[in-house]
Ligand binder design. Structure first.
Ligand code: URA
Length: 261
């Protein structure tokens, strides 16, 4: 027989809120099971078979969570640190007004890869260890795209060197990578007003420590500003301000999984 659980437990675990809050919602008839209001908190639910909705929003049980964070500069890509604010602090401090979930539902998420403290941009946060492992696997060569401001221009010479691979002091040369001047539109979208420099787009298929900065230095340039704009199929949502995050859409999750299965 399929495992059954109490309705209040189901709601509490899928929203991250307390059992007593769940009971209040049930009492106020805000909860429906397979289309019908249920007012008994002990009502038995079969996860996967019964559809439980709170205010019309389907609640999923035992599922993974996926968030897209626009990491601001100054925040550490870790779950905890004694060195300052972390990306998990941002996630848990967020106001998820448009849905009913308490941020505690995201308590187990971790950053998929790291951005330096002074780097901004796209950071995927999830509690799905399998997907994270695949996205980070050196064998998968998941493409990461960065907008970068440099202290000098890049041209054919730099593009060729990035393509051919560079010695940045590691055991191995870097894998073929891309660098090209940013278009006006890209600079308009990503360049902070207060900074000046030469905008470029860098594309990497690996994720070594300080890789963009070290590759730029190897061709005689310093990075003034760095922002990740995509990772595989996932693109930073332009509506997210630095420090904000949102759950991935169903399509975004499916695409990431499909491309990395
Ligand atoms: N490359 C860097 O140098 N820093 C980052 O944060 C990401 C890629």
């Amino acid at each position: 027989m399929d495992k059954q659980i109490r309705l209040d437990k189901y709601i509490s675990e899928s929203t991250g809120d307390s059992r007593s809050k769940s009971r209040q919602w049930i009492k106020k008839k805000r909860v429906k099971v397979s289309g019908l209001p249920v007012t008994d908190p002990g009502y038995k639910i079969t996860p996967g078979r019964d559809e439980v909705c709170l205010d019309g929003i389907p609640l999923e049980y035992n599922c993974h969570h996926y968030l897209m964070l626009h990491k601001p500069a100054g925040v550490i890509s870790a779950r905890s640190s004694d060195q300052g604010e972390t990306v998990l602090d941002l996630v848990l401090g967020q106001d998820y007004q448009e849905n009913v979930f308490s941020p505690t539902v995201y308590r187990d998420v971790f950053p998929v890869g790291r951005l330096d403290k002074d780097t901004e941009g796209l950071l995927l946060m999830t509690d799905d260890g399998d997907l994270a492992h695949k996205l980070l696997s050196p064998r998968k060569h998941v493409e990461k795209c960065y907008f970068v401001l440099l202290d000098g221009p890049v041209g054919e010479e730099e593009s060729r060197t990035f393509r051919e691979g560079l010695d940045i002091g590691d055991e191995k040369m870097t894998m073929p990578a891309g660098i090209r001047p940013a278009t006006e539109e890209e600079a308009g979208s990503h360049q902070p007003d207060q900074l000046s420099g030469y905008g470029a787009i860098v594309t990497l298929k690996e994720g070594r420590y300080h890789q963009v900065k070290r590759m730029a230095r190897a061709v005689g340039r310093e990075v003034v500003y760095l922002k990740r704009i995509s990772m595989g199929s996932l693109v930073l949502d332009p509506c997210l301000k630095p420090g904000q995050c949102r759950p991935l859409t169903h399509e975004e999750v499916e695409l990431l999984k499909e491309n990395n299965s």
